[in-house]
Design a protein. Sequence first.
Length: 76
Amino acid sequence: MELLPRSVTTVGQFTSVAVFFCGILLIAFIDMIIPESRNPHHYKEMPDVLTLNADKALLRTGLFTALAIAIHNFPE
């Protein structure tokens, strides 16, 4: 979406909008042809793979990420 204003001035409004929507249709088509069993974005049910250790590791990762973001934003 960031490139759309620049492309309007380069190739014209109609071509820019047409190519933008063709890109959306291409992504929708690719999503349709991928079998559901192989598509990582469609879960039928959440598998019970998270254990207590995984939960603790995820919490620790989240806390360190939040701390890193806070330290990074502190000078601003």
